[in-house]
Design a binder for this molecule. Structure first.
Ligand code: IPE
Ligand code: IPE
Ligand code: MG
Length: 256
């Protein structure tokens, strides 16, 4: 199924244009949504959708790496997802561990670097242990950065940044005049990662759900009705091709 809300240069249809390997978005962020509805449609419990969705992660990581994407950020668990039934939360927080138990050797082989973006302090110890091991074992790799947004919320992230900045002002190590956009960016969870070039959201919802509100200021947005467990490598390529037809101006005027 095609992504929605395209903005195409010269009304070109991205399905008909070849992929331009010289213009691959270097940071792609994905809101992996629709696992529950995928399962419901099949008369299965929601967790069956989460399990199926985990398999898709591995395929998409491999394809993104092949395409030459530098950073892939995946929204895995939001600060609002704690509102779900305890059984589902427990299952979701076991997924990083089962994903990494199955796939870490392949990720190492594929030169992937694992990172995490979110609040670790109230995650279960087994979840933190699994991601810390993956981070450590992939720290010397220099291929695709696979950044899991886990217990992540953009408003939480910004509140923490503001707290830290205010504290530095209070202690005198920072003056108010030094507060600017770069300084705020430097206080986010993953300051070393550039802002996403392309955001993909699956499942037909057209919203950001508290995801990277600061970092997405000039990101190209791409929405598809496909539920995450049905998302494919072909659809990733489709999103990238559509991105390549966008005219990014960043508030300036189009060159050429
Ligand atoms: C995405 O699928 C996974 C997480 C949010 C953790 P959902 O579980 O939100 O699936 P739907 O949106 O209810 O179908
Ligand atoms: C966003 O999906 C969070 C993740 C994909 C991890 P949700 O399913 O939680 O978002 P809403 O509730 O539909 O906005
Ligand atoms: Mg959802």
């Amino acid at each position: 199924m095609l992504g929605r809300f395209f903005r195409r240069k010269d009304n070109q249809d991205s399905t008909e244009v070849p992929l331009d390997l010289t213009n691959i978005p270097s940071h792609i962020a994905i809101i992996m949504d629709g696992n529950g509805r995928w399962a419901k449609k099949r008369g299965l419990p929601r967790i069956a959708g989460h399990r199926e969705g985990t398999k898709v992660i591995k395929k998409i990581v491999k394809k993104a790496n092949e395409l030459g994407v530098s950073i892939l950020t995946l929204y895995a668990f939001s600060t609002e997802n704690w509102k779900r039934p305890k059984d589902e939360v427990d299952f979701l927080l076991k997924l990083p561990e089962s994903f990494l138990n199955t796939y870490l050797p392949e990720l190492i082989e594929e030169n992937v670097q694992v990172r995490i973006m979110g609040e670790k302090s109230n995650l279960p110890a087994h979840t933190v242990r699994a991601v810390d091991t993956a981070i450590e074992q992939t720290q010397h790799n220099d291929g695709l950065i696979l950044n899991f947004a886990l217990n992540y919320g953009s408003r939480y992230e910004l509140s923490k940044a503001i707290q830290q900045i205010a504290s530095d002002v209070k202690t005198g190590s920072l003056s108010i005049e030094d507060i600017n956009e770069d300084l705020v960016s430097a206080h986010l969870f993953r300051p070393e990662l550039k802002d996403p070039d392309l955001l993909i959201r699956t499942s037909g919802e057209i919203r950001l759900s508290n995801f990277m509100l600061w970092q997405l200021a000039y990101t190209e947005l791409w929405f598809t009705d496909t539920f995450w467990p049905d998302f494919s490598e072909d659809e990733l390529v489709q999103a990238v091709k559509d991105y390549q037809l966008r005219g990014r101006r960043f508030g300036g005027v189009q060159s050429g």
